[in-house]
Write a protein that binds this ligand. Structure first.
Ligand SMILES: Cc1ncc(COP(=O)(O)O)c(C=O)c1O
Length: 396
C-alpha cells in the first residue's frame, strides 16, 4: 500500500482589517500624479490624506533624504542633533513664529498628546475644552478630545473633557465663566478636516485667545491637517490675527516621511523629562522636514495654494448641484446631494481622480500645494462630466 502524503496547512499572517480600502495598488508617484500596478495614471487631489505638501517624490526631498541616509539615519535624543536646530530655525522663519520652541515627535496624535500634556503640566490643571466634530487623533488624550465616540474605547473615557459647539462664542464664554479656574487648555482645528472642512471663525479664535489669557489656560492650535501652508497661510489659525500658545503639526511636515512636532510659545518653559520620544527628531526625519520647508519657500507654494484654491472654489461654486463650497487655500470641501452619492467613486474609477471625503456627504480636496492650474481645470471638467452622467442615469 502506498503511503499518502500529508501536507501541512501553511498559515499566513494577515493584516488587521481596520481600513476600508479602494481596490487599487499605487506603485509610483510624481508631483500630483500617482500610478497603479497596471500603469494607469491618477490625479491625486487627496494627497494621501493631506500629507503630500510639496508633491510626491519631489527631487529635492528625495535627494535630501538619500544624502542623509548615506551619513546617518538615526541616533537618539541623548546627543546633539544640529539638524533639529536647523529645522527649528527654518520653521520659525517660514511660519513667522521665530520666538517659539520646537519639540519633535512622530504623528499628529502624538503631537496633540504632547501639547495637551504640556498644557496640563504648565497650568497644573486637568480640564480641556474641545469642540463638536473635532478630530485630534486616536491615542488616549487625543481621542478623548475627539468628538466621535466610535474611535474611543472604554479606557479612553474621562470627565476631563468639555465639548462645546464649534464657533459658539457664547457657550465658550459661559463655560470659562463657570469652570475657568480648572481649564488647562482649549484645543481647536483652524479648519476641521475629518469633521467636514468647517472653518473656525476668526472672531471665535480671538475669543479663545482672550479667554485663555483671562483664565490662564493654554490655546492649542491643532494644525495637523490645516497647517503647513495648506490654507495659504502657514497656520490657518493665523487668519484670526492672534497667536496660539502651542501649534501641533504633522501631515504636510514630511511630505510622507513620518515626522511631527509642536511649537511652543516662549512663556511655557521646558523641564527635563517632561516630554520625550525615541524616534522623534531623528536625522532622516529632520532632513525630510527641512526639504519640505525649503520647497514651500522656494516654490512659493503658499501663494500657489491661495491662487489655485480660489480658482477651484469659484468653479465649484458655479456648479449648481454642489452645495456649500468652503475652505481656505487647498483645503476645500463641498456637500454632495444624495442623488450624486456615487460622485466620489465615479471620479476615481471613471476619471482616475483621487479625492477625499468626510461622512456623510462631503468631498474633500487636499492636494499637493504645488497643484497646477491645468490639473485643477481637468478636475473641474471631470466633475462636471460625472455630475451630468449621474443626473442622466436613472436611480437603480
Ligand atoms: C486635525 C488632525 N489632528 C490629528 C490627527 C491625527 O494625526 P495622525 O493620524 O498622524 O496621528 C489628524 C489626522 O487625520 C487630524 O486631521
Amino acid at each position: 500500500m502506498t503511503k499518502r502524503k500529508t501536507y501541512k496547512r501553511i498559515k499566513l499572517m494577515k493584516l488587521f482589517d481596520v481600513y476600508p480600502i479602494n481596490e487599487v495598488t499605487i506603485v509610483k508617484a510624481k508631483g500630483s500624479y500617482v500610478w497603479d500596478d497596471k500603469g494607469e495614471q491618477y490625479l491625486d487631489l487627496y494627497g494621501g490624506h493631506a500629507v503630500i505638501s510639496i508633491g510626491h517624490t519631489h527631487p529635492h526631498w528625495v535627494n535630501r533624504i538619500e544624502e542623509q541616509l548615506e551619513k546617518i539615519a538615526f541616533y537618539s535624543n541623548s546627543i546633539k542633533i544640529p539638524l533639529q536646530v536647523q529645522l527649528a530655525e527654518k520653521l520659525g522663519k517660514v511660519s513667522g513664529k521665530e520666538d517659539y520652541q520646537l519639540f519633535l515627535c512622530n504623528s499628529g496624535a502624538e503631537a496633540n498628546e504632547n501639547a495637551l500634556k504640556l498644557a496640563s503640566f504648565h497650568t497644573g490643571r486637568k480640564k480641556v475644552v474641545a469642540f463638536s466634530k473635532s478630530f485630534h487623533g486616536r491615542t488616549a488624550l487625543a481621542v478623548a478630545v475627539t468628538d466621535n465616540k466610535n474611535y474611543s474605547a472604554p479606557v479612553n473615557e474621562t470627565d476631563n473633557v468639555i465639548f462645546l459647539p464649534f464657533n459658539d462664542e457664547e457657550a465658550l464664554e459661559a463655560c470659562f465663566n463657570k469652570e475657568g479656574k480648572e481649564i488647562a487648555a482649549v484645543i481647536i482645528e483652524g479648519i476641521q478636516g475629518v469633521g467636514g472642512i468647517n472653518v473656525a471663525d476668526d472672531s471665535f479664535l480671538r475669543s479663545i485667545r482672550s479667554l485663555c489669557d483671562k483664565h490662564g489656560a493654554v490655546y492649542i492650535a491643532d494644525s495637523v491637517q490645516c497647517g503647513y501652508g495648506r490654507s495659504g497661510k502657514f497656520f490657518s489659525h493665523d487668519f484670526a490675527g492672534v497667536n496660539a500658545d502651542i501649534y501641533t503639526m504633522a501631515k504636510g511636515m514630511g511630505n510622507g516621511f513620518p515626522v511631527a512636532g509642536i511649537i511652543i510659545a516662549p512663556h511655557i518653559k521646558p523641564k527635563h523629562f517632561q516630554l520625550g520620544t525615541t524616534f522623534g527628531g531623528n536625522h532622516l526625519a529632520c532632513a525630510a522636514a527641512l526639504a519640505v520647508l525649503e520647497i514651500i519657500e522656494e516654490e512659493k507654494l503658499m501663494g500657489n495654494a491661495v491662487m489655485i484654491g480660489k480658482y477651484l472654489r469659484d468653479e465649484l461654486n458655479a456648479i449648481s448641484e454642489l452645495k456649500n463650497v468652503r475652505g481656505r487655500g487647498l483645503m476645500i470641501g463641498f456637500d454632495v446631494p444624495d442623488e450624486l452619492k456615487d460622485l466620489k467613486k465615479n471620479l476615481l474609477w471613471n476619471q482616475k481622480i483621487f479625492t477625499g471625503e468626510a461622512k456623510p456627504n462631503v468631498i474633500r480636496l487636499l492636494p499637493s500645494l504645488g497643484l497646477k492650474k491645468k490639473d485643477a481645470e481637468q478636475f473641474i471638467d471631470s466633475i462636471k462630466e460625472e455630475i451630468s452622467l449621474l443626473a442622466s442615469t436613472p436611480a437603480s
